[in-house]
Design a protein around this ligand. Structure first.
Ligand SMILES: [Zn+2]
Length: 566
């Protein structure tokens, strides 16, 4: 009986706890922030895969989760992560999961959890109290390595720790699963890559596995994982963050892009500019392929999601083999549906809305990538590369070039009957919708500046028109000429490599005009999402059956949105 009473008592306390929790108010501002991200399921018909590929995919996802854990170590550390996940306000928990920490990545990394200050510039890569003079005085040459962290030892002195030591415990888990994956992998290229990547993870020597990855041509599955991008080290930009993408190749689209890359030399000849700015012969072996992503983890899953991968970053590997560019089709589709379509519905005139299509969007984005190979790499009549000559102005002009030359290619290939299912009108109007999406955030980075310059140019030429009530339309006839004009201007800017011209043009024309700014505000007041987040994982893909008992329970997505209380 006594036992029974204590059970009742326990239940009563628990109930009170639940009621108490429900009474706790959620901050509506944070709720609004969570809603900036549209939730999208990452699905894939795994029935198309061979049984060993299904098993590999499940293993890759679990290895990706290890990368995810290490990334949390790199941002705030596990103790802080768990503390954040115990916050009573569910929206804070969700938003911290989206941002991998208490700082809002879409809003200049401002802290959104009470009690947290500004984001440390060096995150967890360096001691928070480290002074630059202290770092400068540190003698260890490995301090600037992309694969080490800096810590204080028990005497309070700075010490450099390699990643494979710092994250040894987690990496051992990854190692076990990688060995299993190698054991079942039937594709020789993929297996070779996994073997070299395993050696890399446990030694921090990544170059060999990067080189092997560059040679992977035939594997349907791909797995990008490890410490890769340095964006998060705002202190020095040295340290790489762990992340993972689990990918499946879209063979049909990949073959189509390979075919179009072969046409680059002809495309180069047809560019609407002075012959001297197109005298270089573009390479045709650029490696651009199309993938569906089934899992994002770590750095790439934090905040806004990328729709393309261009790797490796190792310059030695780039010099020997170039880079591989992966276009992430299902994620592009998600962004099109959740963001671009509603933006078009808000800002484009009704009778042109049917011309905003995913196929047109996908072509424009892919050809943007292909078109980076057009124009010149070296200043005409000079000794410098365009990149060296244009310095900090280079990125914006290079993006502007890829964008407009890509559209020019799409237009020509449609007219030649090479691209089907997309009309020239679709390409133009979807292109304008894409610019409106991009300029929404102003001139914060290279793509933004490039797109604002282009938008303003098109508007000035009368190719983009604005109705009195703030809707936009394309004048299809004027658009053709405007594309040629803008492409000529951009190609000339790169070809001459005149830094002062490039800079003053961008300063004058890379600014969102007040009229457009006002129209763009409609997007915020309509709560159109800014980016996406994923429902993803082994369960989502129907791969539960692939988890072996001895591996322990799979960490599936539920964990990502931890319950309020255990
Ligand atoms: Zn680009």
């Amino acid at each position: 009986m006594k036992k029974f009473h204590s059970i009742i008592l326990c239940l009563a306390i628990m109930m009170a706890g639940i009621v108490n929790l429900q009474a706790q108010k959620s901050d509506p501002a944070i709720e609004g922030k969570v809603k900036q991200y549209a939730t999208v399921p990452l699905k894939y018909d795994v029935g198309q895969l061979e049984p060993d590929e299904q098993e590999l995919m499940a293993l890759f996802i679990q290895i990706a989760d290890v990368m995810d854990d290490i990334y949390w170590e790199q941002t705030v550390g596990m103790a802080e992560r768990n503390k954040l996940r115990r916050t009573a306000d569910r929206n804070i928990v969700e938003f911290a999961n989206i941002n991998y920490g208490p700082w809002d990545r879409l809003d200049g990394n401002k802290p959104f959890v009470p009690g947290y200050g500004p984001r440390p510039a060096g995150l967890n890569f360096y001691p928070k109290d480290m002074k630059k003079s202290e770092f400068d005085a540190l003698k260890d040459p490995l301090k600037t390595s992309p694969y080490t962290i800096v810590r204080r030892n028990s005497k309070g002195q700075l010490e450099v720790v390699p990643y494979h030591k710092a994250y040894e415990r987690q990496l051992r888990r990854a190692e076990e699963m990688l060995k299993q994956a190698i054991g079942i992998c039937k594709n020789e290229e993929l297996r070779h890559y996994l073997e070299t990547r395993l050696a890399a993870l446990t030694s921090d020597a990544y170059e060999k596995s990067d080189l092997i990855w560059m040679d992977m041509k035939k594997s349907r599955l791909d797995f990008v994982f490890g410490p890769i991008e340095t964006y998060d080290d705002a202190l020095y930009g040295y340290k790489t963050a762990y992340e993972a993408f689990v990918l499946v190749k879209d063979e049909e689209w990949s073959n189509r892009l390979a075919h179009f890359s072969q046409m680059l030399p002809d495309m180069q000849k047809s560019l609407p500019c002075d012959p001297k700015y197109k005298q270089e012969k573009p390479g045709t072996e650029s490696d651009i392929n199309v993938y569906d992503v089934v899992y994002y983890a770590g750095q790439c899953n934090a905040g806004g999601k990328t729709i393309a991968i261009n790797l490796p970053n190792d310059e030695n590997v780039q010099l020997q083999k170039g880079t591989r560019r992966l276009q992430l089709k299902n994620v592009m589709q998600a962004k099109f549906d959740e963001i671009l379509r509603p933006i078009a519905n808000t800002l484009i005139v009704k009778d042109q809305l049917q011309n905003v299509t995913f196929d047109a969007f996908f072509n424009n984005v892919c050809f943007h990538e292909v078109a980076h190979g057009l124009g010149v790499k070296n200043v005409v009549g000079g000794k410098e590369t365009v990149r060296e000559a244009l310095k900090n102005q280079y990125s914006a002009w290079e993006e502007a070039k890829a964008d407009i030359c890509g559209l020019f290619m799409v237009q020509n290939l449609i007219e030649k009957g090479e691209i089907n299912g997309v009309s020239v009108e679709d390409a133009y109007i979807t292109y304008m919708a894409g610019l409106l999406r991009s300029v929404r955030f102003g001139a914060t980075e290279a793509h933004g500046i490039a797109n604002i310059m282009c938008f303003n140019y098109m508007k000035k030429q009368g190719a983009f028109l604005r109705t009195e009530d703030g809707h936009y339309m394309v004048d299809v006839k004027k658009m053709r000429k405007a594309i040629e004009g803008w492409a000529a201007l951009v190609l000339e800017t790169e070809g001459t490599g005149n830094y002062e011209n490039a800079k003053s043009y961008a300063a004058k024309n890379g600014v969102v005009q007040p009229e457009l700014q006002k129209d763009l505000q409609k997007l915020s007041s309509k709560n159109i999402p800014v980016d996406i987040r994923f429902e993803q994982g082994i369960k989502q893909l129907g791969l539960d059956g692939m988890i072996k008992r001895e591996q322990g329970p799979a960490k599936v997505n539920d964990d990502k949105y931890l319950r309020l209380r255990p």
